[in-house]
Design a protein around this ligand. Structure first.
Ligand code: SAM
Length: 215
């Protein structure tokens, strides 16, 4: 998806990776962004990806067997297993939505980055998801259930104040909106059908009202 690609590329560019740099990607998933960054830091640099999910790390390791300047480790953003001032930059892409202690996570990221180097966090704000439907009542119910399914549905709007609390300098907030006009695309990107099933299962709403809303 072009929109995601564009924002990923921007978040990587904002790290200003240079030859020889050591960069950390927190919550790296299957490691695509680590691999992209590894080409920018060159053979003398290194990109480390950590993720709490062993399956993600195993997949990332499998994918990157031939790449020498990357390292993948199972790890938790709350307790980064690195010395202070280790990295020339750190990023977390759509991770803060899944965690509850944002300050603790960001302070760990700050701790492991050398002073003066960038920390980039890319995150959605799920309470800013808007759906156009004639059924306002169910739409509100669904959006509220959807947002409450995330540990931190407001992570996007919280970032600026989080950064300020850490007394970081040169804080920049970039907001972007993804506009989808086709239901099928929204289903694919936002996994709407899965959240409808989940909401029915958790009795947030019933099947007949959900079915009527989809039509
Ligand atoms: C939406 S995925 C994003 C993956 C990757 N950053 C990307 O952009 O493709 C969120 C990732 O955060 C990881 N994650 C969630 N909580 C975490 C934690 N406490 N510490 C480290 N990683 C975590 C998940 O396992 C998952 O791989």
């Amino acid at each position: 998806m072009e929109w995601f690609k564009k924002n990923k590329i921007l978040s990587i560019q904002l790290l200003e990776p240079k030859e020889g740099n050591k960069i950390l990607d927190v919550g790296c998933g299957t490691g695509e962004d680590v691999l992209a960054l590894s080409q920018m830091v060159g053979a003398g640099g290194k990109v480390v990806g950590i993720d709490i999910d062993e399956k993600m790390i195993n997949e990332a390791k499998n994918k990157s067997k031939m790449v020498k300047n990357v390292e993948f480790r199972i790890g938790d953003v709350y307790n980064l297993d690195f010395e202070n001032n280790t990295f020339h930059g750190c990023r977390a892409d759509r991770v803060f939505q899944h965690i509850s202690e944002l300050e603790k996570a960001l302070s760990e990221m700050v701790r492991v980055v050398k002073p003066g180097f960038p920390i980039i966090i890319l995150d959605p704000d799920w309470e800013s998801l808007l759906i156009d439907s004639p059924n306002v009542e169910f739409t509100r119910k669904f959006l509220s259930f959807h947002a409450s399914s995330f540990a931190n549905p407001w992570s996007g709007r919280r970032l600026a104040n989080l950064f300020r609390k850490q007394k970081l300098k040169d804080i920049q907030v970039i907001a972007d909106t993804l506009i989808i006009t086709k239901y099928k695309e929204a289903v694919m990107i936002y996994l709407l059908e899965q959240y409808i099933e989940k909401g029915i299962g958790e009795k947030a709403f019933n099947e007949s009202e959900a079915e009527a809303w989809k039509r």
